[in-house]
Design a protein around this ligand. Structure first.
Ligand SMILES: NC(=O)CC[C@H](N)C(=O)O
Length: 314
């Protein structure tokens, strides 16, 4: 093991130990049984370093529902397909509101503020669906994620997608509102079906950290996207990735990240590392509570905030 990975191991182990002393680990998402049944007191951390070395701790082989982390992957594909035209249907401003807010949408004349709130993600998925069948769009997305992770075993949990479809009344309202405003041109139900399936992709922190190597532009990345696209995705992750907690996360951690209600948190340390953390207990804003604590510990102790003096790379 290199000196860097030994140090990192130590920092993560200490942080996990301190986290175990914390009483409140938040609550697992409760809107569908497969998420509600997950014990909130579990944790996994995986860090991928520039040369491909992985540092793992906790339940890093356990697959979880990536939920909104999938929005980063659909955004990357949509930016690749549409370039600047994408910004006609979705903005690039933090919303400052809950991720499924309808009020924010109405206040902004029906145009989603950013691609990470649900409205913006549904609009992005709608754009990807244009001219394709849902199964084609989904297989393109899963293909992309598998290529990034270098792992063919990544799948969609169809049961999670089905249950989400049955209970997704709020997202249905959002999709219909987007259709009303012409932001969506496809049938809202087909867009939602695709969106719920992309959210139901299951990954381990090991797979996610490996996929994130593309976003952190690590030399070990399995696939590379243009630097221009990556820079902009990271900028959106920094400003909007944790919804109305993005400002706090930038302040406390200082790194581009994307959360999901399955408890996952994907973090880019540009050119230095890709971090995936999973702690299923959520805070009041729907972000993984202890994962944020662990991210702060790792970023602080490694000096990895993008605003810190660059640390040595491998
Ligand atoms: N923040 C999230 O992860 C939300 C994703 C969830 N599937 C939803 O649309 O409500």
């Amino acid at each position: 093991m290199t000196e860097l990975s030994t140090r990192l191991h130590h920092i993560i182990d200490e942080a996990l130990l301190d986290a175990s002393e914390i009483e409140d680990w938040g609550r697992s998402a409760d809107y569908i049984p497969p998420l509600a049944q997950v014990d909130p007191r579990q944790a996994a951390v995986s860090v991928c370093l520039p040369d491909g070395t992985m540092v793992n701790a906790g339940e890093s082989r356990k697959a979880f529902s990536i939920q909104s982390i999938s929005k980063v992957f659909s955004l990357a594909l949509a930016m690749g397909r549409y370039g600047d035209l994408l910004w006609q249907i979705v903005g690039r401003e933090p919303s400052g509101t809950h991720f499924a807010s309808l009020a924010a949408l109405e206040a902004n004349e029906g145009r989603p503020r950013n691609p990470f709130e649900n409205a913006g993600a549904i609009a992005t998925t709608g754009a990807l669906l244009k001219g394709y069948e849902p199964r084609e769009t989904l297989s393109e997305l899963v293909r992309f994620v598998r290529d990034m992770a270098g792992d063919e075993s990544i799948l969609i949990d169809a049961e999670v997608a089905r249950l989400e479809t049955e209970s997704g009344f709020r997202n249905t309202a959002i999709a219909n509102f987007l259709r009303h405003n012409g932001i969506l041109t496809e049938d809202p139900d087909r867009v939602l079906g695709t969106y719920f399936h992309q959210c139901a992709i299951e990954m381990t922190t090991r797979q996610l950290a490996r996929a994130g190597a593309t976003l952190a532009q690590l030399p070990c990345a399995n696939i590379t996207l243009g630097a221009d696209r990556i820079q902009r995705i990271n900028a959106l992750m920094l400003t909007c990735g944790l919804y109305n907690e993005s400002g706090d996360f930038a302040f406390e951690v200082g790194l581009p990240a994307k959360s999901g209600v399955g408890g996952g948190l994907l973090i880019s340390v540009p050119y230095q590392a890709s971090i995936a953390i999973w702690t299923p207990g959520l805070n009041a804003k729907g972000n993984p509570m202890i994962a944020i604590y662990l991210a702060k510990r790792i970023a602080d102790e490694m000096g990895w905030s993008i605003f810190a003096k660059p640390a040595e790379t491998l």
